[in-house]
Design a protein around this ligand. Structure first.
Ligand code: GAL
Length: 451
C-alpha cells in the first residue's frame, strides 16, 4: 500500500467515524445534519454560511432548535418555507441539533451563549428554562415593542405571556402549545380485546394486566434519553397531587420526599413493570412506533407523537390511534410551549425580528402546528386547520387547569431537571422508591427550590 492510498483510507475512516458520531439518535430519526450548530450547518433548503461570507449583501437569520427527526422537523420546514416566500432576500440558516427534548442542543446552545456566539434565535421552553436561565443571565432582549407593534398583547393567552415574561418584560414568542399528559393507544388492540382506555390509575393497571395476560406489551417506553421516563413520573405526580399541589413541588412548599410523591413513585414503578424490555435502546419515536405497529398498546408522550403519527406515519386519529389523558389528570393540561426570542449580541436583530413576526403570525402558527401535533399559541388561529385531535386539544386547553412541565423545562431550573433525569435513569431499572425520593429531595434543596 503506497502512502497516498494509506492517506485516503485514513481520511475515509475519520470521515465514517465522524458521520457515526453525528448520526441520528434513534432508528427512526432522519439523519441528523452533518454538523451541529457550532459549525453553522444549513438544511438542504439553505445556502452555507461560508457561501454567505462571499455574498456580503445577503442578509441571514440563524434558527437554532432540536427539530431534526421524524415528527419534529416538518413543522419547522413549513415555517421556513413561509418565511422564504415572504423574505426571499433573507437566507435561513437552519442550525438544528438532533436529540429529543433538546438533549444535545441545550449543551451546544450553552457553550455558544457562553462563548459570545449566540444563534440569531433559539428554541426555548417558556417558564423556568427561559426565565431562570437566559433571562436571569441577562442574555435576552425585551420583545415588548414587537408585541405592541404586532398587536399581540391580546392574541396570546395571558398565562402564556406570563410564562415568557419577567417583571413585565416579554422575552420570547410562543409558536405552539404541546400537551404532555397524554396516553396514545393503538385502537385496534383496544377494540379487539374489548378494552376501554383507562382514565384512572386503577383502570390503567386493570387494562395493563389484561393486555399483559394476552402477551401484548401494555406500555411502550423509549428511555434512551431519560426525559421520557421523567414525563411518565411528572404525569403520575400530577395525577396523585392534582394541579395545585403539583405546582407547589416547584415552589418548595411540598417536599419531594412527601408521602404523595412516594405514592407517585410507586405508581410510576408499577407502570414501568409493563414496559418493553428494550426500552433503554429506544428513543421516543421508536417507542411510539411500537404502538403504531401494534406491538404495544399504549405510550405516554407529549403530542409531538401525534405529529409523528399523522405527518410521518400517515396514521388517522381516532381510526389507527386514540388518546386519553394520563391517569387521573383528565381536568389538567401539562403545558409545554416552544418559544423563540432575541438573544443579546446577535449580528442582525432585524432579520430575527422578521422571523419572530412570521412565527407569531396566525399564518405561521397554522402551518407549523397541524404538522407538529401541537395547538396554536394564538387565541385567534383557525381551528378548521386542525384535525380531530387538535380541535379537541384546543377545547381542552381552554377548560383545563394548566400546569408547567418539569421534563420540558418549564416548571423548574435546568439544574434541577438534570438531576431529576439522573434519578429517573436509575429508577427505571432499580425501582427504589425511598432512594429516589431522597435523591429528589436533595436535588430540590441543592438547586435552591426548597430549604
Ligand atoms: C420538547 C419540545 C417539543 C418536541 C419534544 C421532543 O421539549 O418542546 O417540541 O420537540 O421535545 O423532542
Amino acid at each position: 500500500m503506497n502512502k497516498r492510498t494509506l492517506f485516503l483510507l485514513s481520511a475515509l475512516l475519520v470521515l465514517s467515524l465522524l458521520t457515526a458520531a453525528c448520526g441520528s439518535s434513534g432508528t427512526n430519526d432522519k439523519p441528523a445534519p452533518a454538523n451541529d450548530a457550532q459549525t453553522k450547518t444549513n438544511s438542504n433548503q439553505t445556502n452555507s454560511a461560508d457561501d454567505n461570507k462571499t455574498d456580503t449583501a445577503k442578509k441571514s437569520v440563524e434558527i437554532f432548535s432540536w427539530w431534526t427527526g421524524a415528527g419534529e422537523e416538518a413543522g419547522l420546514l413549513g415555517l421556513i418555507d413561509l418565511f422564504n416566500q415572504k423574505h426571499p432576500d433573507i437566507e435561513v440558516i437552519n442550525a438544528a441539533v438532533a436529540g429529543g427534548a433538546g438533549t444535545n442542543a441545550k449543551a451546544v446552545l450553552a457553550s455558544r451563549m457562553q462563548g459570545g456566539d449566540p444563534p440569531g434565535t433559539f428554541q426555548v421552553h417558556g417558564g423556568a428554562e427561559l426565565n431562570t436561565g437566559w433571562v436571569a443571565a441577562g442574555k435576552m432582549e425585551s420583545l415588548n415593542s414587537l408585541y405592541e407593534s404586532e398587536g399581540w398583547m391580546d392574541k396570546f393567552p395571558k398565562d402564556l405571556i406570563d410564562m415568557v415574561s419577567q417583571d413585565g418584560t416579554i422575552y420570547s414568542v410562543p409558536v405552539n402549545i404541546h400537551r404532555g399528559n397524554v396516553i396514545f393507544y393503538n385502537k385496534k388492540i383496544f377494540d379487539d380485546n374489548g378494552l376501554t382506555p383507562p382514565g384512572s390509575f386503577d383502570e390503567f393497571f386493570k387494562v395493563a394486566d389484561a393486555l399483559a395476560a394476552k402477551g401484548i406489551i401494555p406500555l411502550a417506553l423509549g428511555d434512551k434519553e431519560p426525559w421520557t421516563a421523567t414525563m411518565v413520573f411528572e404525569d403520575a405526580l400530577l395525577g396523585v397531587l392534582g394541579p395545585n399541589d403539583y405546582k407547589k413541588l416547584f415552589t418548595g412548599e411540598i417536599a419531594f420526599d412527601d408521602a404523595r410523591v412516594k405514592d407517585a413513585l410507586e405508581k410510576t414503578k408499577r407502570m414501568f413493570s409493563y414496559i418493553n424490555e428494550d426500552h433503554a435502546a429506544r428513543n421516543w419515536q421508536d417507542a411510539a412506533q411500537l404502538v403504531a405497529n401494534g406491538q404495544a398498546a399504549m405510550n405516554i408522550m407529549g403530542d409531538w407523537a401525534k405529529g409523528y403519527f399523522t405527518t410521518d406515519l400517515k396514521l388517522q386519529p381516532n381510526v389507527d390511534f386514540g388518546w386519553i389523558t394520563t391517569p387521573d389528570t383528565g381536568s389538567s393540561f401539562m403545558v409545554i410551549t416552544d418559544t423563540f426570542g432575541l438573544p443579546k449580541g446577535v449580528k442582525d436583530a432585524d432579520t430575527v425580528n422578521e422571523w419572530l413576526k412570521v412565527l407569531g403570525s396566525v399564518e405561521g402558527q397554522d402551518i407549523f402546528n397541524p404538522l407538529k401535533g401541537s395547538i396554536p399559541a394564538r387565541v385567534d388561529a383557525d381551528p378548521g386547520k386542525y384535525d380531530v385531535y387538535g380541535q379537541s386539544t384546543i377545547t381542552d386547553f381552554k377548560q383545563s387547569s394548566l400546569t408547567p412541565s418539569l421534563a420540558h423545562g418549564s416548571a423548574a431550573p435546568e439544574g434541577f431537571l438534570t438531576q431529576v433525569n439522573q434519578v429517573m435513569t436509575i429508577f427505571v431499572t432499580k425501582g427504589d422508591v425511598d432512594q429516589a425520593a431522597k435523591s429528589l429531595k436533595d436535588a430540590q434543596v441543592s438547586s435552591g427550590i426548597a430549604k
